[in-house]
Design a protein. Structure first.
Length: 159
């Protein structure tokens, strides 16, 4: 799996060892980001990658100019592998990995200590988990979405 654009273009992401993930293909990521680039400026935005898995979507955003990214992943093993990938790509200082449930993590970014706002949020939950609507409801009830926040989700046709 390779990064399709930006300063890390053509660098590879090692997805071996990750458990229970369905990485977004290179072609699909390239298409998603080409569409986004027609509508959004990536310079200095804050990105949230929910159900991050390998972190490919958030890493792609960092490669294209995002200032920071938070990656939320439930699997402890995947969190460790994702943190290793960020170090290998030399972008660990721009990112952090939160090992938590996607819905519960929304509260993590709110409150006295965090009170963060994100300009772009990716959500790619396992299709069988039916998490998209609960995540969307949690985001709508929170204050972590910046004005004009863009929400990109991959989901099963039945959700």
């Amino acid at each position: 799996m390779r990064i399709t654009g930006g300063k890390l273009r053509s660098r590879t992401l090692n997805t071996s060892g990750f458990q229970g993930i369905r990485p977004t293909t290179d072609r699909a990521r390239e298409t998603i980001f080409n569409i986004l680039l027609n509508h959004c400026d990536f310079d200095d935005i804050a990105v949230l990658d929910l159900c991050a898995g390998s972190g490919a979507l958030g890493i792609e955003a960092l490669s294209r100019g995002a200032a920071s990214a938070a990656f939320v992943e439930k699997s402890r093993k995947n969190c460790t592998l994702l943190a290793d990938s960020l170090k290998m790509l030399d972008i660990a200082t721009m990112a952090r990995v939160v090992c938590d449930d996607a819905v519960r993590s929304v509260a993590h970014f709110q409150g006295e200590r965090h009170d963060e706002r994100f300009d772009m949020i990716f959500c790619d939950p396992p299709y069988a988990a039916k998490l998209l609507n609960p995540v969307f409801a949690a985001l709508a009830a929170s204050s972590i979405c910046a004005e004009n926040c863009v929400f990109i989700a991959e989901h099963d046709v039945r959700e």
